[in-house]
Write a protein that binds this ligand. Structure first.
Ligand code: CP3
Length: 388
C-alpha cells in the first residue's frame, strides 16, 4: 500500500492531502493500524431511521434528492451530527451513475431500483452499451458539488464515497428490478458469456467513474458494494464477476496522497499512500478471500460469519469492517450490548477493525439506539486499548 506507487496525487486541498483526515481513526484503521479507539459508522446511517431525513425528503423523489447537491449534502451530514460516527457515507445510490449515463431507471419507495426495460439478450446489451460513459464527465457535476459541500462541512471527519459493484448493478439491469435469486443474471452469464462480459465491462466503467468523481471531489475512502454477490458460487464469482470488480476499482487505485513520517529526522521522505478501498457483500462468507483478491484493502463482513473466522479466511492480515446483526438493533439493550462487545472482541483478531453493521440500518430502527452503540464502541474499545 505504501511507497513507489505510480499514481495521481490528489489535490493539495483534498482532505487526505491537507492533513485533515489522513490521521483520523477511520483512515488509520483502513490503512491497517489500530487507532486509540475503534472507529464506527453504519451502512444506511443516512435515511429513513432519522426523522430529520423523513422531514427533508417530503415531496422529493429519491433520485432527485441524490442529484440536488444541497439536499444530498445535508442528508449525508445528519447522522454524523446526531450519532457522532467516525465517518460520513455519501448520500446517493448505486443506480445514480446509470441514471446519469441515460438508463431509464427510477427508485420506488419500499421496493428499490426499477428499470424501464430489462436487459436480457445480446441485443439488449448492445443497446445499453451504446450509451457512452464519457457523458459522465459532465453529468457527474452535481455529485462532485455535493461531495465538496459535504467535505467542507465535515472537516476532520472523513467522507466515504461508494459505488455498486458491476454484478449488483447488472443484477438490477438484467432482472429489471429487485429480485430474490438474480436468476436471469445468473442465466445470462452462462448462456451468453460474451454478452455478459460486455455488460460487465460497461458497468464497471460507469460505476468506476462515479467512484472516482467522489474521491477527486473530497471523499477519503471508497466502498464497493457487491450486495448481491452472495447469490454466486465461488467459481462463478471468480470467473464472471471478479475481473469486472477489479476493473471498477482500477478507476480509483491510482489515486494517492502524501503523508510525512512523524519522525522527520529518521525519515525525511514523505510517504505516498493510496486511497483505501473497502469491498462489501451480503452472504459472501465463501467469497471473502476472492473479494479481497480483486485489489481491495479492507473487507466488509456481513453478520453470517464471525469476525475471527472471517479474518482467518482472509489470512489474518486484512483489516475488516462489520458486523453487528441489524436484527439485534431492536433487541433489549443488554442483548445488543453483549453482541457489540463480542463483535469488538472478535474484531481484535484482525490487524484493525472498523465497526459497522452486517448490512444496512433497518428503517424502523430507533436512532437513539444507534447513538448508544456509537458511545459503547468508543468507550469499550478505548478501555480495551488502555488495558492491553
Ligand atoms: O447511508 C448510506 O448508506 C448512504 C446511502 C445509500 C443509499 N443506497 C441510499 C438509499 C447507499 C450506500 C446505497 C447503496 C445501495 N442502493 C445498495 C448497496 C447497499 C445495500 O444496501 O446492499 C443497493 C443494493 C441499493 C439499491 C437500493 N436503493 C435499494 C435496495 C433501496 C431500498 C428500497 C426501499 O425503499 O426499501 C434503494 C433506495 C434507497 N437508497 C433509499 C436510500 C436512503 C431509500 C429511499 C427512500 O428513503 O425513499
Amino acid at each position: 500500500m505504501f511507497d513507489r506507487i505510480q499514481g495521481v496525487n490528489l489535490d493539495a486541498q483534498h482532505p487526505l492531502s491537507a492533513g485533515l483526515t489522513a490521521d483520523s481513526r477511520l483512515i488509520t484503521a483502513y490503512q491497517g493500524s489500530r487507532p486509540d479507539v475503534t472507529p464506527v459508522w453504519f451502512m444506511r446511517q443516512a435515511g429513513r431511521s432519522l426523522p430529520e431525513y423523513r422531514e427533508l425528503r417530503v415531496g422529493t423523489q429519491m433520485l432527485e434528492a441524490c442529484l440536488t447537491p444541497e439536499l444530498a449534502s445535508e442528508i449525508t451530514l445528519q447522522p454524523v451530527r446526531r450519532h457522532g460516527v467516525d465517518a460520513g457515507i455519501f448520500f446517493s445510490d448505486i443506480v445514480v451513475p446509470l441514471k446519469l449515463v441515460g438508463v431509464d431507471v427510477s427508485i420506488v419507495a419500499g421496493k428499490g431500483p426499477v428499470l424501464g426495460k430489462a436487459v436480457r439478450t445480446a441485443a439488449d446489451v448492445a443497446e445499453l452499451v451504446a450509451l457512452d460513459p464519457a457523458v459522465l464527465d459532465d453529468a457527474l457535476a452535481p455529485i462532485r458539488e455535493a461531495v465538496t459541500r459535504t467535505t467542507d462541512e465535515l472537516g476532520t471527519t472523513p467522507l466515504i464515497g461508494f459505488a455498486g459493484a458491476p454484478f449488483t448493478l447488472a443484477a438490477y439491469l438484467v432482472e429489471g428490478g429487485p429480485s430474490k435469486d438474480h436468476i436471469h443474471a445468473r442465466t445470462l452469464m452462462h448462456s451468453d458469456p460474451e454478452a455478459w462480459a460486455v455488460l460487465m465491462a460497461w458497468t464497471a466503467e460507469v460505476t468506476g467513474k462515479f467512484l472516482r468523481a467522489q474521491i477527486l471531489a473530497g471523499a477519503s475512502a471508497a466502498q464497493l458494494f457487491d450486495s448481491w454477490a452472495g447469490a454466486l458460487s465461488l467459481d462463478d464469482y471468480t470467473k464472471y464477476v471478479a475481473p469486472a470488480s477489479a476493473l471498477a476499482i482500477s478507476h480509483v487505485q491510482d489515486l494517492t496522497y502524501e503523508t510525512r513520517s512523524a519522525d522527520l529526522a529518521a525519515d525525511p521522505e514523505s510517504v505516498r499512500n493510496s486511497v483505501p478501498i473497502v469491498h462489501f457483500g451480503v452472504g459472501t462468507s465463501e467469497l471473502l478471500k476472492a473479494m479481497h483478491d480483486i485489489g481491495a484493502d479492507v473487507v466488509g463482513v456481513d453478520y453470517r460469519v464471525q469476525l475471527d473466522e472471517a479474518s482467518r479466511r482472509l489470512g489474518g492480515n486484512v483489516p475488516v469492517q462489520g458486523n453487528i446483526d441489524p436484527a439485534l438493533l431492536a433487541a433489549p439493550w443488554p442483548v445488543l450490548e453483549a453482541h457489540v462487545l463480542d463483535v469488538l472482541e472478535k474484531g481484535r483478531t484482525a490487524p484493525s477493525h472498523v465497526l459497522n453493521l452486517g448490512h444496512g440500518v433497518p428503517p424502523e430502527t430507533d436512532p437513539a439506539v444507534l447513538t448508544r452503540v456509537v458511545n459503547l464502541v468508543h468507550d469499550a474499545s478505548a478501555e480495551q486499548n488502555s488495558v492491553r
